[in-house]
Design a protein around this ligand. Structure first.
Ligand code: A3P
Length: 325
């Protein structure tokens, strides 16, 4: 009895089961058989307990920084390519496998860290992300921050422009968001990155097909700006974190920055210049366009929030839906 070489067997197998070409990593700690054959130097503690999933430009770096001040919470070690974000579940890094992911969460028996988390703002709108996160971390808690999707789109445009992107420099914001489908690809890509993450309900529904509403915590990004202490208090309650950290001692409004900043040795330590940028207000035409563009998405968001038991709708959402065009 002979067998074909491994590569040939694999090719035949994947022809028969094309759906298995893309791997989905499960959690070895949830299967006794896997745990038995797992190397002794691996630990189930090398996985995050909660994820900040984004979307981009909603205040995710501020939240990440505030969370990291807590003595029992730690984020992953930094990635060489994407800095504080691992971006595992949404892109090519996923194919690097579980060991690659877990090495970002080293277990140190002497440390006070009880809760590892990671923040990758690109997770929010990634098609495959909820399924992949659920397969590996079915008990994870998920945190998302929402601001007006129009404001988010504009902040993204300004962010990309500041990075010297040619489309953002050659086209106005209004030209970008109203670009038609026959426009150059780079312009359409920028339009999509401005507009698509803001279809909040659509993306949240995808997360909710895998996770129970109780796993999801939605932060109003405007409250994160104006009253981060309240946000951090609510978040600690949601995560059932101990000890409870009194953030009033750690965060202070800095009038020069225009935002709350961390207090270190009685001095403000604010986020860098790329967070809380100064740019002109959005033009009226774009504002009106986006208000109309997001009406159905924002209406769906209100319904979704009510359905999952969120009683108070954010003020920005009420404003976006009020007809002042
Ligand atoms: P702008 O620079 O457009 O004002 P992210 O970290 O997800 O990329 O979000 C960046 C946004 O976070 C900033 O967008 C800013 O408005 C907001 N933000 C919220 N709290 C902040 C804080 N304490 N310091 C700086 N920026 C903050």
């Amino acid at each position: 009895l002979t067998s074909a070489p491994p590569l040939q067997i694999a090719e035949t197998y994947f022809k028969l089961y094309p759906g298995e070409v893309d791997p989905v990593w499960g959690n070895p700690c949830l299967d006794a058989r896997h745990q038995k054959i797992w190397s002794k130097n691996k630990s189930c503690d090398s996985l995050p307990k909660f994820l900040v999933i984004g979307p981009q430009k909603t205040g995710t770096t501020a939240l990440y920084t505030f969370l990291s001040l807590h003595p029992a919470i730690a984020s992953n070690t930094p990635s060489t390519d994407t800095f504080e974000e691992i971006q595992f579940f949404n892109a090519h890094n996923y194919l690097r496998g579980l060991d690659w992911y877990m090495h970002f969460f080293p277990v140190d028996v002497n440390s006070t860290t009880k809760y590892y988390f990671e923040k990758s703002a690109t997770y929010f709108d990634g098609e495959l992300v909820p399924k992949r996160v659920h397969a590996l971390l079915p008990h994870a808690k998920l945190i998302t921050i929402l601001i007006s999707p129009a404001k988010r789109a504009y902040s993204w445009y300004q962010h990309i422009k500041a990075h010297g992107d040619a489309s953002a420099n050659n086209y106005t914001f209004h030209q970008v968001i109203t670009a038609i489908d026959t426009a150059p690809k780079s312009l359409r890509d920028l339009r999509n990155r401005c507009l698509n993450p803001g279809k909040y309900a659509q993306h949240l529904e995808r997360w909710l097909t895998y996770f129970a509403p109780q796993s999801l915590h939605i932060i109003d990004g405007e409250v994160l700006k104006s009253n981060p202490v309240e946000v951090m208090n609510e978040l600690q309650k949601f995560l059932k974190i101990t000890p409870f950290l009194n953030y009033t001692e750690h965060l202070r409004f800095d009038s020069k920055k225009g935002f709350y900043c961390q207090v270190k040795n009685d001095r403000p330590k604010c986020l860098g210049r790329s967070k809380g940028r100064h740019y002109p207000p959005m033009d009226d035409k774009s504002q009106k366009f986006l208000q109309r563009y997001y009406v159905s998405h924002n209406t769906a968001l209100v319904k979704l929030m009510k359905r999952i038991g969120i009683r108070s709708v954010p003020n920005w959402l009420k404003d976006d839906l009020s007809d002042n065009t």
